[in-house]
Design a protein around this ligand. Structure first.
Ligand code: G16
Ligand code: MG
Length: 220
């Protein structure tokens, strides 16, 4: 049976969180706000605008609309500079094996990311051709945990939501998949992602038999 497999980008296909961290840390420090790795964790899957709002809240700072826009632009320029150096070595373990396995079975594959830079990143790591649909921060108006990004993905693949499977590393993303009535697969820490239908530390743990079952499965 043809299913829709929807992948988040950051934390699932590549680890761009380290680049977001460097850029946000620079920005926060320039405002006299400290910024830790633990805080960066809380920005995973969160939109750019909301991320800056959170940093300002943490630092108890208010800035003008103009400065907000300027800081967003500067953060993104620095981030783009980091990702311009990305290559295939940054693809997370066994992601190509899973994608190629699904493609060889004729399954439908989509990206469902909050990032407005998703296409650039997929091009840099040479995976863009593996996706039948790409839904990113430029296509959605409501951030995860709203299911919009995944529902648009299902629509673009022409597969009904209950026949879609989402791979996600963030709690908000798992909640979005569950609300969309899709099978949710957490990639990361089981304690954090406990709301997911299935959880794996990374793709190396996902065996062919599991994929076989997914192709036959339906969300209950
Ligand atoms: C990613 C990251 C977030 C980032 C967001 C927006 O989400 O996890 O930290 O803030 O995209 O990114 P950009 O500034 O590039 O538009 P995802 O959904 O791919 O995990
Ligand atoms: Mg993510």
């Amino acid at each position: 049976m043809k299913k829709g497999f929807i992948f988040d980008l950051d934390g699932v296909i590549v680890d761009t969180a380290k680049y977001h961290f460097l850029a946000w840390q620079n920005l926060a420090n320039s405002l006299g706000i400290s910024f830790s790795l633990a805080q960066n964790e809380q920005l995973k899957g969160v939109s750019r605008v909301r991320s800056l709002e959170k940093i300002l809240e943490w630092g108890d700072k208010t800035i003008s609309e103009e400065e907000f826009t300027r800081l967003m632009r500067e953060k993104n320029e620095e981030y783009l500079n980091y990702i311009s150096k990305m290559d295939i070595n940054e693809i997370l373990p066994d992601v190509p094996r899973i994608l190629d396995n699904l493609i060889s079975r004729g399954q439908a594959i989509a990206l469902g990311s909050a990032s407005k830079n998703a296409r650039v990143i997929l091009e840099k790591v040479q995976l863009i051709d593996k996706f039948h649909a790409i839904v990113d921060g430029t296509n959605v108006s409501k951030a995860k945990p709203d299911p919009e990004v995944f529902l648009i993905g299902a629509q673009q693949l022409d597969i009904s939501p209950e026949h879609c499977i989402v791979f996600e590393d963030s709690v908000a993303g798992i909640q979005a998949a569950n609300t969309a009535n899709m099978i949710s697969i957490g990639i990361g820490d089981a304690k954090v992602l406990h709301e997911a239908d299935y959880i794996f530390t990374n793709f190396t743990e996902i065996k062919e038999e599991f994929i076989n079952n997914l192709v036959l499965a339906r969300k209950v």
